[in-house]
Ligand binder design. Sequence first.
Ligand SMILES: Nc1ncnc2c1ncn2[C@@H]1O[C@H](COP(=O)(O)OP(=O)(O)OP(=O)(O)O)[C@@H](O)[C@H]1O
Length: 341
Amino acid sequence: MIQLQNLSKTFKTSNGQLIAVDDVTLTVEQGEIFGIIGYSGAGKSTLIRLLNGLEKPTSGSVTVNGQEISSSSGQALRSARQKVSMIFQHFNLLWSRTVEDNISFPLEIAGISKTKRKERVKELIELVGLTGKEKAYPSQLSGGQKQRVGIARALANNPEVLLCDEATSALDPETTDQILELLVDINKRLGLTIALITHEMHVIRKICHRVAVMEAGKVVEMGSVLEIFQTPQQDITKRFVEQVNGPEEASQTIAHLIEQYPSGKLVKLVFVGDRTEQPILSRLIKKYQVEVNIVQGNITQTQNGAYGTLYLQIDGATLAIDEAIDYLHGQDVHTEVISHD
Ligand SMILES: Nc1ncnc2c1ncn2[C@@H]1O[C@H](COP(=O)(O)OP(=O)(O)OP(=O)(O)O)[C@@H](O)[C@H]1O
């Protein structure tokens, strides 16, 4: 659906050339929710501006549904851009227009008749859950409601792709979750492809199928959200995963656990949801004559399923413990020994 091929964008600044996006190649599949995460300055905004044709690449290409946006101009660019819609962190609503007139605006520009506009606006208001607010002005709405208007307006002309630029960053956690649920609902109901940029791993965990991690203009890691949460490779990715799992707390707990369970070995298992029912633990105990204490565990939900972490204390004869750990390494779970005798 969206293809970025060796995409780069360089800006000339007073300090010389600045590479904002550096040789990015990725594909967003039809119907997918794809997240791009990075800290401030990583190049996310530049990337999204390249995606909707607001910036021209220095090199490489952007193709949306077979049409190259990066090399189009004039009418061709305008028609290509109609397939791509966007919502923003600060909503970008027209403050002097009511909710229904804001949503109607792109339809007016597209030359849709008044009767058809009314019908479509009604449909969209229902879709985003704003019934009863048709005549309200943006200043009379909560942040979540404003973003619902933004979403309805973005969907008015039936785009093929929705781009979300930090769409929930100005909202409180509860409202964030409601807006994220609305995006998932729209993705499922309309089969709409969604590409979003964010600095919050919570957003990625909650709604994305796949994620690309950006650092200094480059995509440094990419994969299914489940995979990335389960086995992050790069340090930056690990830091993002910790945003959701809570690092200090976890490391404090681990230090505490080591103190509390000084004998045997402390092992961390990371497993994917549908493998949780496999009787790995009971086999382990039966086969190796070790004692297994479940010390701590949690499960995290993502759009691709759940993944869990389980801390075990394995105690017994040294040889039996080592064999038991070898057995775990041979299973389909990620196993890490976090303390030694
Ligand atoms: N028009 C421009 N001219 C010069 N430099 C720019 C321009 N736009 C972006 N940059 C630079 O490119 C780099 C990437 O910026 P970008 O805004 O894409 O990052 P970001 O990940 O979106 O960060 P943020 O979340 O803070 O917006 C930054 O160093 C920024 O200063």
